[in-house]
Design a protein around this ligand. Structure first.
Ligand code: HEC
Length: 88
């Protein structure tokens, strides 16, 4: 079990490495209200990639991040790679 966990963590960090930008933007702006537990909660409203995109936009707009579409896309990609794993 521990070995499996470790492998998963290693794999996840290799994947995130490809998207440092999304990770950093997320850390800067998104963790003030909710951490990753929000993305893995049992009653998540997010059912697919489209929902996820909408929610990322909604939260980013609420916050007034002023992100460029590419920055929003980077965060979307980070969350999907790290937590949701939807097909696009
Ligand atoms: C002002 C507080 C706040 C901030 C800051 C915030 N969020 Fe949220 N976010 C929420 C709340 C509240 C919910 C739950 C909404 C609901 O259940 O209707 C949520 C839900 C979400 C969800 C859906 C979780 C799920 O699976 O059900 C995602 C994805 C998300 N936020 C992404 C982001 C991103 C990306 C950012 C950074 C731009 C961000 N949030 C910043 C308050 C915030």
């Amino acid at each position: 079990m521990k070995a499996l966990l470790l492998t998963t963590t290693l794999l996840a960090s290799t994947l995130t490495f490809a998207n440092e930008e999304g990770k950093e933007l997320h850390e800067e702006s998104c963790v003030s209200c909710h951490g990753s537990e929000m993305y893995t909660r049992d009653n998540s409203k997010i059912q697919n990639h489209f929902d996820l995109k909408g929610q990322v936009s909604a939260c980013a707009n609420n916050l007034g991040t002023g992100w460029f579409p590419e920055e929003e896309a980077a965060v979307l990609d980070f969350l999907n790679t790290q937590y949701y794993k939807f097909d696009k």
